[in-house]
Design a protein around this ligand. Structure first.
Ligand code: HEM
Ligand code: HEM
Length: 196
């Protein structure tokens, strides 16, 4: 039975001497970090949507506390991921020009949102008087306090940009499906765990 792992790409068929999968695949660390960020973000969105609506006086307990802890951890993982990407860059898979441009822009926008959203949330946490801890014991400095109105606005923008992120991730997932089902190349397999 042909599995997702050994399905040939049209690129391979056209150029049987070149293994696009081997030369351009993301390494194990990059893939692990990609799916770890995915898991942490899915948790953050789920917690953000179910926790009590945050306004002055809402205590830092339960889901609110979880949102701050998982958020702090996700900031660190995104930084590690960016450092790994800079240290070990992976070229894009062979694709036509408009796909390359769109992929580059989407990845750039994703990284931008992955930095800006948490920093805005961190500032808002300061406004509401919360303490942000990494792994429960390393206290991060507050970026703002309750007198700083801009930090309250930062919380609103944090909420808004989360919806933008979901839209961009939707586009990103559609692109992965486009490559797998329409193009028939190996772009999706490059990021799947355990697939060469
Ligand atoms: C990329 C990671 C994150 C995502 C996807 C995310 C998502 C969300 C969502 C969905 C909400 C609820 C919005 C609503 O009320 O409808 C929220 C609120 C909030 N988040 Fe995050 N969050 C992230 C990271 C963080 C971090 C790192 C912190 C702080 C260290 C944080 C602090 C807050 C605060 C204080 C609020 C309340 C803001 C307000 O409504 O004024 N978040 N977040
Ligand atoms: C929170 C959700 C996600 C985020 C933030 C995200 C972010 C990213 C980023 C920034 C890259 C660029 C890789 C790099 O060079 O560092 C990437 C690549 C990739 N992602 Fe995601 N991703 C998410 C979810 C998904 C999902 C659900 C899928 C599969 C359906 C997926 C499939 C891929 C694939 C196949 C690549 C490689 C693209 C290529 O080689 O050009 N991603 N992702």
């Amino acid at each position: 039975m042909t599995t997702i792992a050994d399905r040939p790409s049209r690129h391979d068929l056209k150029h049987p001497m070149v293994s696009s999968a081997d030369e351009h695949a993301y390494d194990t660390t990059a893939r692990a970090l990609h799916w770890l960020v995915f898991g942490l973000l899915a948790a953050q969105v789920a917690i953000g949507w179910t926790m009590p609506h945050i306004r002055p006086g809402v205590a830092q307990e339960g889901l609110v506390d979880w949102h701050l802890s998982v958020g702090a951890a996700s900031m660190l993982v995104v930084l590690v991921r960016l450092a790994w990407r800079i240290a070990r860059p992976t070229p894009l898979a062979p694709m036509v020009r408009w796909e390359r441009v769109l992929a580059t822009l989407t990845h750039l926008l994703l990284y931008l949102l992955l930095i800006v959203i948490p920093v805005l949330g961190w500032a808002a946490a300061g406004f509401f008087g919360y303490t942000v801890r990494l792994f429960g014991f390393i206290t991060l400095p507050a970026l703002a306090d309750h007198t700083m109105r801009w930090a309250h606005e930062a919380g609103d923008i944090h909420d808004l940009l989360t919806n933008v992120l979901l839209g961009v991730v939707g586009l990103h997932v559609l692109a992965a499906l486009w490559h797998y089902f329409i193009r028939g190349d190996r772009v999706l397999q490059r990021m799947l765990p355990g697939v060469r």
